[in-house]
Design a protein around this ligand. Structure first.
Ligand SMILES: [Zn+2]
Length: 62
């Protein structure tokens, strides 16, 4: 791995009756992706979005 690869996925509002929201953020390239809805969030997390993005991430050079 070359240098720090900073990113994360935060899932909110998973309580019963709420609409879950997953936010994926990559500080290397600035990508931000939001998924809403329980089924969509579950599919999104099952697909391992961090590993998936890492494969296609094109970090900005400063
Ligand atoms: Zn990225």
């Amino acid at each position: 791995m070359n240098g720090p690869w900073m990113s994360g996925v935060q899932v909110r509002r998973m309580e019963h009756g709420q609409t879950p929201i997953a936010d994926q953020l990559c500080t290397a390239c600035g990508m931000h992706k939001r998924v809403t809805g329980r089924a969509k969030v579950e599919d999104f997390m099952r697909a391992n979005p961090l590993a998936e993005h890492r494969a296609v991430c094109q970090p900005k050079t400063t």
